[in-house]
Write a protein that binds this ligand. Structure first.
Ligand SMILES: C[S@@+](CC[C@H](N)C(=O)[O-])C[C@H]1O[C@@H](n2cnc3c(N)ncnc32)[C@H](O)[C@@H]1O
Length: 215
């Protein structure tokens, strides 16, 4: 019997959501996040092992800045950030319309004038404009092209905070270890697309890395 939030990625019956339009080369997770599991992203238990306040302190967004939540899902952390920092413009970006529709339907999202949802089809308008990028539980789903597209969103002095499940840690929650990276593997992938790692921190089940585009 699986626990409620035990492995929200794979139980052997995926396949309904292959849109086939993104290059997933390099992504460790073989398939897209299944929107049927979207509600698990709003499991409040997540905030115990990945406290929003600690994530946002690491993100260190400058006053009045633009933050892109890359692979926002249903905007669980984007919403918290927009609420905690009304000075920021928070753009919740995802490649799946189903996820963005679920975010837009949330009453809390409708009340926040500094939060907007955007599909990756529209990503070009964000190139070079992000002060900060948050990429939470998404690196293992990104192919190299998507990773490059993410880095291209940064302003010259902008930084990205990548937080993802740690393959090096035995966990009662999250995807199987062979679907995610160790912190060393994550570093290597990020450096390969021209990101320079400037800081790291381990959470209970996650690693996190702060990076900027290498000059
Ligand atoms: C595991 S969910 C995490 C959602 C959110 N960051 C959170 O922690 O609540 C991963 C999300 O990333 C999105 N995603 C995967 N690859 C993407 C890409 N190349 N561009 C944009 N979004 C992507 C998926 O559609 C999914 O909604």
């Amino acid at each position: 019997m699986k626990k409620k939030h035990d492995s929200h990625h794979h139980e052997g019956h995926h396949g309904a959501h292959h849109h086939g339009d993104a290059d997933r080369h390099g992504a460790r997770q073989p398939d897209r996040f299944d929107p049927a599991r979207a509600a698990l992203l709003d499991d409040p238990a997540r905030f115990a092992y990945l406290p929003p306040a600690e994530i946002f302190a690491m993100l260190a967004a400058p006053a009045g800045g633009r933050v892109v939540d890359f692979g926002t899902g249903i905007g669980t952390y984007a919403l918290e950030l927009a609420r905690a920092r009304p000075d920021l413009e928070v753009i919740a970006l995802d490649e799946q319309h189903e996820m963005l529709d679920l975010l837009r339907a949330k009453p809390a999202a409708q009340k926040l004038s500094n939060l907007s949802a955007l599909h990756t089809d529209e990503i070009a308008q964000l190139n070079g404009t992000a002060d900060r990028i948050l990429a939470l539980n998404v690196l293992h789903e990104l192919g190299d092209n998507a990773l490059r597209a993410m880095a291209a969103l940064l302003k010259p002095n902008g930084t990205v905070l990548v937080v993802d499940w740690n393959a090096g840690t035995e966990r009662p929650v999250g995807p199987p270890r062979d679907h995610v990276y160790t912190v060393a593997e994550a570093r290597e992938r990020m450096e390969r697309v021209g990101l320079r790692i400037e800081g790291d921190r381990m959470f209970k089940y996650h690693y996190s890395l702060v990076a900027r585009v290498a000059p």
